[in-house]
Design a protein around this ligand. Structure first.
Ligand code: 5RP
Length: 291
């Protein structure tokens, strides 16, 4: 009898643990293999389910843009405050110390620069993502963008196929054609297409009606910051996005072009993970930047 009770207890324990596993903290990831889940857990904090990704891949399109002239001085000191970094393999290998041990979302497509037509991208060799121990691969999908729509969809699909082979999730980076309005209708379409094609994370832009983008996308949506805003407005953007269903931010210029980048990323982190209001976040920014 005592043996039977012990057995029941063990079985209950096991099934509780299994149902906890089903409640994996990353949206849409419950049925993914262990390696994928492990990588996603490095990006999305298991306690909050959210992430602050620091994006500094801009140089592959823009060259040494403002705030990214010196990765060693401008970016390396900020890495400690991010949950994950997003950059190209060239910057990772030349400028980011491997012993910072930060999860990497590797920019895995490359193409034209700001000097020519954008979005005609090709994929890097996916095995490089394995060699670099990437926690995710970022690949653009450009919806409604002429022949580039098919080129970028093919890149995304290929990245997902190879990512599945190696257990590396893909982040679909949404873009829309020049003629498309940058609104919820097109960003929801682009986000959903990324997820339908197997992306495990989607990066898009915050806009009016963002709830629709988040709710109709079966994987976590993170928002890019876009062009530099005054710090308080950038914190409002983060707060509103989280409130409307974003799972975090993938932010670049609003951090590294801030007058105080270290203070800014810490304030963004507090808004995303600790529920600070924009006002509280801005106060924190001012305190940390010594204003
Ligand atoms: C460009 C990107 C950027 O990394 C992304 O847009 C985030 O940067 P920012 O916050 O400066 O917009 O993917 O393709």
């Amino acid at each position: 009898m005592a043996d039977m009770d012990g057995f029941r207890e063990a079985t209950n324990f096991a099934s509780n643990q299994l149902s906890k596993m089903d409640n994996f903290h990353v949206k849409g990831a419950s049925n993914l293999p262990w390696g994928m889940k492990d990588r996603l857990s490095r990006i999305f904090n298991p306690h909050t389910g959210r992430t602050v990704m620091l994006a500094f891949d801009h140089g592959f399109i823009m060259g040494p843009t403002s705030g990214l002239e010196r990765i060693d001085l401008n970016i390396v000191p900020l890495v400690q405050y991010a949950d994950c970094i997003m950059c190209t393999r060239g910057i990772l290998q030349t400028s980011i110390p491997a012993n910072l041990n930060k999860p990497v979302c590797l920019r895995s497509d490359a193409g034209s620069t700001v000097l020519t037509d954008l979005n005609r991208n090709v994929l890097i060799d996916m095995e490089d993502a394995v060699r670099l121990n990437a926690s995710a691969m970022a690949v653009m999908f450009s919806a409604g963008d002429g022949d580039r729509e098919a080129i970028t969809a093919a890149n995304l699909v290929k990245a997902v196929d190879l990512g599945n082979r190696y257990g590396i999730p893909v982040m679909g980076v949404t873009a829309v054609g020049k003629e498309m309005a940058r609104d919820a209708r097109y960003f929801a379409l682009a986000s959903r297409v990324c997820a339908e094609n197997g992306a495990s994370i989607v990066k898009t832009y915050y806009c009016e009606g963002f709830e629709k983008i988040a709710v109709t996308c079966p994987v976590p949506v993170v928002i890019a910051g876009g062009k530099k805003l005054p710090e308080k407005e950038a914190l409002e953007l983060c707060f509103n996005a989280i409130n409307d269903g974003a799972a975090g931010v993938d932010m670049g210029r609003n951090v590294f072009q801030s007058e105080s980048p270290a203070a800014m990323i810490q304030a963004v982190h507090a808004v995303v993970h600790d529920g600070l209001t924009p006002e509280q976040g801005f106060e924190m920014f001012q305190d940390l930047s010594g204003k």
